[in-house]
Design a protein around this ligand. Sequence first.
Ligand SMILES: Cc1ncc(COP(=O)(O)O)c(C=O)c1O
Length: 363
Amino acid sequence: MPTPDFLSALLRPELAELHAYTPIAGHFPVRLDANESPPLLSAEARAALARAAVPEDWGRYPDARLVELREAIAARCGVEPDEVLAGVGSDEVISILLTALSRPRPGADAASIVTTSPTFVMYKLSARARGMRAVEVPLDAGWDLDVAGLVRAVEFARPSVVFIASPNNPTGALASADRIEAVIAAASDALVIVDEAYIDFAPRDQLALVRKHPNVAVLRTLSKIGLASLRVGWLVGDRALVAELDKVRQPYNLPVPSQRAATFALRELGGELRRAAAFITEERERLARGLTELGLSVAPSHANFLWVGTRRPAGEVFEALAARGVLVRSFHGAGGRLAHRLRITVGLREENDRLLAEIAACA
Ligand SMILES: Cc1ncc(COP(=O)(O)O)c(C=O)c1O
């Protein structure tokens, strides 16, 4: 659709390189493309969530300060409520961060972020939508942080924010602890965000970095552990940072059902959510073994998905699987070493079996 001239003259030029997010449409009996959790909650938990979600008064705005939700998050993370900023998914927290921090750092000619490649696309998209530069440093051959490259990028770009997803999407790798420390040390004048969206599937978390370094904050979400419908994510960081970000947050950002159901889940469903994460972690290893037995290379994963090397071009395998009713995620458009990689979300046992049967015929 052509953009009218008057509009082109008003739009940020960076929008020309962006696309609206459009998930693949169509009916796929097995969807292993979005890193959601398969339905693992018990009928009792689902009924209790539905009861908890109902507003007391449909005519009233939600709690603008998210008091109960932030208390429940703080209790879960072992921090204080004023160290928590909650948003409509961690996506919203990322955009709040970049709105607040879109000013060039002293000595920099433009505001920028530094992140890795490949990684979660919203860091770059959110930065570009605000006119910020995005400098991407390729991960090393083992999909870990390239410290020398990141240090050079930090020195050269003088970024306002450095984003490290750990475990990373789409590679599943948890960044080495010493490498994250080295990046934080090099970026001591920037804010370093450690995105722990997949931490529930990992053997260790990185929350202690927030206490150790005043310039580090951690992102988390309920989306990967079975509650993506609620769109609840948060940042844990220094209370001075949270207070500034809170000025940018829309006052009623999280609807009542999301606030209430998320608060209930955090307070009452911890055991069930942990069991679901343990199931996914076990299934991930079973799926990895199955794919390895088929001769495919599978990177070690600490997330709820696998990063799988294909013999045939990934785009062809993606199409063949989709034609067989199994949707996974391909990044072949990026080319290079991504041209032979697929990201496959761990599903229910029967979904994973179906994936194994279908991929055996086409990878
Ligand atoms: C690394 C990472 N961070 C954040 C998100 C966004 O999660 P949310 O649903 O909380 O917006 C995702 C979603 O895929 C992700 O992979």
